[in-house]
Ligand binder design. Structure first.
Ligand SMILES: [Zn+2]
Length: 474
């Protein structure tokens, strides 16, 4: 019998707010442990939470970006459990009345369009972080109370690769909407994976295994690449799959059982008596919609159509949004978009790896790149010279034409001058010249190189080739 995997993902994303969800403590990564805490986020008795409106806005905006419905009645519930990193002994979340429901994410995978439906994206709070040392453990509550969005997908995912592609698409959307920085190294995105297998075509779901707390997308893919065959092998041996929570061990490259799964009723959810339901006005939703942005897929399509860029270039500008925005600024000054994209992707991006260089700190104007490309296109400078002009633009901030004039870099396209260089090169290299005469085409490149050297890179290379050829094979 043929089996298929059924995968659903719960993705937790830290929202990009200045302060935490219920208090004024900073929402900032990297501070000394327990320096961004107060009585509210430490769960002291007698304190009252005050909702962070920006977090509610980002949640609603996510709803729009994921094509969700946005209910007009939203409620926070207490999810009760004890764990050292939960100071209050409960987590505030949205069970029955979440901020957003019924959406979808569209993406491409191996040239095919895919859709994963979104059950809900609800707002909750992050918990503290436990650290285990040799002889004791500690908890850092800086993270406790940071607004956290839980995005729950329908079990529409059928493979490890599809899970990976979905997560990347989701991340792109969230970064686009400035919902979250989604920096996985800082734990801003974590994922719970639900996976089961069933006979192909069957409508009933098999026993569900949950793999908790994955903190990288590649980890999710590897965990599924292990877990799906594990379940299939168990079934082929006649065993049944136990509904349970498993842990992914990235070093051993396998999942292992943690505990059998608890049910929702174990948490004794109830509406938080400290918070009134959130029932925003139409006007509030309108102001949220002002933050709507073009989605990655739409942007890719537009870059390919508007600028006639190949798919690879468009994809670079989809995954690196600031670079794509910068390209658009450059292209708005006219010029050949494909050539401009090459400069931005191949030359500019290479410089941006230096820690002190960023798109905001560039010393030249976006229009300068258009000017540089024009200098090459019109034959004023060779593309090799253009590289050194570009480096100069970086350090001096001067306009390309000014650099070319100042340093006398104008390409020599004067046939008389080029003929002289060619004669010199042929005279100094009789061997290769003879080789070319005898039909060895490769010898021409060597001679061309010599001419370029003689002209200090300024000779027009196409013209040099032509002149050499005429002289040696008249
Ligand atoms: Zn606080």
């Amino acid at each position: 019998m043929d089996y298929e995997a059924v995968i659903g993902l719960e993705t937790h994303v830290q929202l990009k707010t200045l302060s935490k969800m219920w208090c004024g403590c900073a929402n900032q990564y990297g501070a000394e442990p327990n320096t961004q805490v107060c009585p509210v986020c430490l769960g002291m008795p007698g304190v009252l939470p005050v909702p962070n409106e920006q977090a509610l806005r980002l949640t609603a905006l996510t709803g729009y970006l994921l094509h969700c419905e946005l209910p007009r009645h939203v409620q926070f519930d207490r999810k009760n459990y004890f764990y050292p990193d939960v100071a209050k002994n409960y987590q505030l979340t949205q069970l029955a009345y979440p901020s957003t429901v019924n959406g979808h994410v569209d993406f491409e995978m191996q040239g095919e369009s895919k859709r994963v439906r979104i059950t809900r994206a609800h707002l909750e709070e992050d918990v503290g972080k436990s650290f285990h040392f040799d002889r004791q453990s500690g908890v850092d509550f800086n993270r406790g109370g940071v607004p956290l969005l839980e995005i729950v997908s329908e079990p529409d995912i059928t493979s490890a690769d599809m899970a990976h592609a979905y997560l990347n698409a989701l991340k792109d959307i969230l970064v686009y909407g400035k919902i979250s920085d989604c920096d996985m190294e800082k734990g801003m995105v974590r994922c719970d994976v639900n996976v089961s297998v069933r006979p192909k075509g069957s409508q009933t779901l098999g026993a569900k295994v949950e793999i908790k707390n994955m903190n990288s997308f590649s980890g999710v893919r590897r965990a599924l690449q292990y877990e799906i065959p594990r379940q299939l092998e168990a079934i082929s041996r006649g065993e049944s799959i136990v509904q349970e929570t498993r842990r992914w061990d990235d070093v051993a490259n396998m999942t292992e059982s943690m505990r059998t799964k608890e049910d929702a009723h174990d948490y004794r959810y109830f509406p938080c008596p400290d918070l009134v339901p959130f029932e925003p006005s139409d006007n509030w939703f309108e102001t949220v919609r002002e933050g709507l942005v073009e989605l990655p897929m739409d942007r890719k399509k537009r870059f390919m159509e508007q600028y006639q860029l190949p798919e690879n270039d468009a994809e670079v500008f989809i995954s690196d949004v600031p670079l794509g925005d910068y390209f658009e600024k450059v292209a708005s000054h006219g010029g050949n978009p494909k050539a401009l994209a090459n400069w931005v992707i191949n030359n500019l991006r290479a410089q941006l790896v230096e820690p002190e260089v960023s798109l905001d700190s560039l010393r030249f104007e976006p229009a300068a790149l258009v000017e540089l490309v024009e200098l090459v296109d019109t034959g004023k400078i060779s593309s090799k010279i253009a590289q050194s002009v570009f480096t100069d633009m970086f350090t001096s901030g001067k306009a390309p034409a000014a650099i070319v004039a100042e340093k006398g870099l104008v390409q020599v396209s004067d046939t008389g001058a080029i003929e002289q260089f060619c004669d010199q090169a042929i005279e100094a290299n009789p061997g290769p010249a003879e080789d070319y005469r005898q039909g060895k085409d490769a010898a021409l490149n060597f001679l061309k190189g010599q001419v370029m050297k003689l002209s200090r890179g300024k000779a027009n290379p196409a013209l040099v080739g032509k002149v050499l050829d005429q002289k040696l094979r008249p």
